[in-house]
Design a protein around this ligand. Structure first.
Ligand code: FDA
Length: 389
């Protein structure tokens, strides 16, 4: 069978490419349904973009590669598309836009756009082999127990990264890219919870604190959640993408509170109040109890010397922790690294040495922050490839 364009992967980027690549497009996926990650994203409401999307919200070896696609198909273009399909949305926080109703509306919207463009979709289809002969791609696949060979002028790698293998994530795009002489940068889990020695925070499990978490590469002020296995929540997921095994992260447990000033005032006005009682007004008492294993909170506010206040504020403002690891691809929202962007055109997402081969979405070495940035990359890169095909 001959098609103009074969797209491997019916996820966010693959469907977006199909919607813009014109007629003669076949999209294949080994899953039972398209856009499964969209369906489960954002707690079932899909954080489909971010109003404040900027190039600095992305990681990758080439700091400039993603700029072109993101500036040509912006968050506002996607918001307009969502509006055209009558999908109601709201901003949750920090510019993060979610569906009012459910994430499957985004999947239905993309399927409708694909339909409009005349694209076909084959599900439960696995790729056996890809070859490149006489300027054409020859892809051998298995569908409904039968082998099918599809010849195409263009081949789009849109099978995403390795995150959540249980949902069908594979390294197929990386394997095919390597086969065609492309480099794949080191891949590792991103936007992922930290693990600590067993039981370290289990007494605090379920407690959330607003924090500023940082290392020498980045800093984020968002909620942090104690879990049975370690630390999670948006602040942790964000910094995890900038963290390497063996490194420390520094946590300011009271980023919005001038604790030193409060304690200096209250040691005069409420000197008989216990320090732990005062701290309990600013932090969950279970957290104060946990920290008292490391820092001596005994005594009343009236007993505090200036230097003890300084030590206490330094301790709570720069709580240094060294995670033992992360929860890995099992729960990571994204894969850091991927097909090196050095071998791709930033304008068309096309291979620089294999005409017709394109890489879109998470398979490429472009990773966004938490907050709708990864879907925006899928939309922008898919659009850029679709325009060029
Ligand atoms: P995606 O993973 O979406 O699609 C790849 C497709 O390829 C899948 O359909 C898969 O079945 C198929 N495939 C893989 N291997 C194959 C093979 N060997 N053969 C055939 N088909 C194959 N981002 C965001 O911006 N906002 C959010 O709210 C969230 N929330 C979120 C929650 C959770 C739990 C996860 C895991 C991730 C998110 N993300 C997110 C990240 C976002 O889901 C991700 O970045 C995009 O889905 C990437 O889009 P792609 O199309 O590149 O890959």
């Amino acid at each position: 069978m001959d098609v103009k364009t074969l797209i491997l992967g019916a996820g966010a980027a693959g469907m977006m490419t199909a919607a813009h690549a014109g007629p003669g497009v076949l999209v294949v996926d080994h899953a039972k349904a398209p856009g499964e990650k969209i369906r489960i994203s954002g707690g079932g409401r899909c954080n489909f973009t971010n109003m404040y999307c900027e190039p600095q919200n992305y990681l990758g070896e080439n700091k400039h590669f993603h700029k072109s696609a993101l500036s040509r198909y912006t968050q506002w273009d996607f918001i307009e598309l969502v509006g055209q399909h009558g999908i109601a949305w709201h901003e949750k926080t920090l510019g993060q836009l979610f569906c009012d109703d459910k994430a499957t509306q985004i999947v239905s919207m993309l399927l409708a756009e694909m339909d409009k463009a005349g694209a076909d979709l084959w599900l439960q289809t696995s790729v056996l082999e890809v070859a490149h002969r006489d300027g054409h791609f020859v892809t051998r696949m298995s569908r409904e127990g039968r082998e099918v060979t599809v010849t195409s002028d263009a081949l789009v790698l849109a099978t995403g990264g390795k995150s959540i293998p249980k949902m069908g994530a594979t390294g197929l795009a990386y394997d095919i890219a390597r086969q065609f002489g492309h480099e794949v940068t080191e891949t590792r889990p991103g936007l992922v919870p930290f693990t600590f020695d067993k039981g370290r925070f289990s007494a605090l499990s379920g407690t959330a604190v607003n924090t500023r978490i940082s290392n020498d590469k980045a800093g984020f002020e968002e909620a942090m959640l104690f879990t049975h296995r370690g630390l999670s929540g948006p602040a942790i997921l964000q910094i995890s993408s900038y963290w390497r095994e063996g490194e420390e992260v520094v946590i300011d447990l009271l980023p919005q509170t001038n604790l030193a000033e409060i304690l200096r005032t209250k040691r005069r006005t409420e000197g008989k109040r216990a320090l732990t009682t005062e701290l309990g007004h600013h932090l969950p008492s279970r957290v104060v109890e946990h920290l008292s294993e490391t820092f001596d909170f005994k005594g009343n506010l009236g007993d505090l010397s200036d230097s003890r206040i300084d030590d206490l504020c330094t301790f709570l403002g720069a709580w240094a922790l060294k995670p033992t690891g992360t929860e890995g691809y099992r729960t990571a929202e994204v894969t850091l690294g991927g097909i090196s962007t050095e071998g791709l055109s930033a304008k068309t997402m096309e291979s620089k040495h294999i005409p017709g081969l394109h890489v879109v979405g998470e398979a490429a070495d472009v990773t966004g922050w938490l907050g709708g940035y990864n879907f925006q990359w899928a939309w922008s890169s898919g659009w850029a490839a679709g325009q060029a095909i």
